[in-house]
Write a protein of this length. Structure first.
Length: 238
């Protein structure tokens, strides 16, 4: 009963803090996702472009970010961009002594960059796996490049890339726990504070495990429904 009281809401429990941390965790993930997708799509486009510089940049970008530990990327973004921001602020206005770089912004940027580096490879692979004969059919029908991409290539890229992007989304949700090390009050940090105050590590860490597990199960069900919808008629056609 005492353990349940510690998880309750109100002044006697830590439920409020954990719920607030969960909201921050989900907000981080849902903001990093579209940013990472946009950047990843752009990098994937460069990797298959005719520009030698574009392909070289895409290779460098994905190799660098995939080769760094996510925690190190977070530290570089948080401290590096914070230092750059302060130097720029002092140059523009010497009277300003210090500007604090938001841990929340650093978390979004770091998670989005890491996600984009992996998403770029998934999208590039989906584009290369696409049936090129349909593009040729679009050209034969006098469709311009934009119409071919939007009505022929885009739906196939989404269908082929969705399983890989779904796995990356699950990893992104779990990677949000890393932001606790830069003092952002996410779910993991809320649990750490609760453990420090109550000396009940198993209670709070197991509770957090259950929350992450339930979120991942829910996301997997949604992704399965999306994949089923996008693949309707494919097996029958084969």
């Amino acid at each position: 009963m005492d353990n349940l009281a510690l998880l309750s809401f109100g002044s006697q429990g830590w439920g409020d803090e954990l719920l607030k941390g969960l909201c921050i965790t989900l907000l981080l993930a849902f903001l990093a996702l579209p940013i990472g997708l946009i950047i990843g799509t752009g990098v994937a486009g460069l990797s298959i472009s005719s520009s030698r510089f574009g392909r070289a940049f895409a290779t460098f970008y994905t190799t660098l970010l995939r080769g760094l530990p996510e925690l190190l990327t977070l530290f570089i973004i948080y401290h590096g961009l914070g230092l750059l921001l302060n130097q720029l602020t002092k140059w523009l206005n010497p009277d300003i002594k210090y500007v604090e770089f938001s841990p929340f912004a650093a978390g979004i940027i770091a998670l989005a960059l890491v996600f984009s580096s992996y998403a770029a490879e998934v999208i590039r692979g989906a584009w290369q796996a696409m049936d090129k004969g349909q593009k040729e059919a679009g050209i034969a029908l006098s469709m311009n490049r934009w119409l071919i991409f939007w009505f022929i290539e885009r739906p196939q890229i989404v269908r082929l890339a969705l399983p890989g992007l779904g796995n990356l989304w699950i990893n992104l949700l779990k990677d949000t726990a890393l932001v606790s090390v830069i003092a952002l009050d996410d779910l993991m940090r809320a649990a750490n504070i609760a453990v420090g105050a109550t000396k009940k590590p198993f209670l709070f860490y197991l509770s957090v495990c259950l929350v992450y597990w339930l979120i991942c199960i829910l996301c997997e069900r949604v992704l399965f429904k999306m994949e089923t919808r996008l693949n309707r008629g494919i097996s029958a056609g084969k």
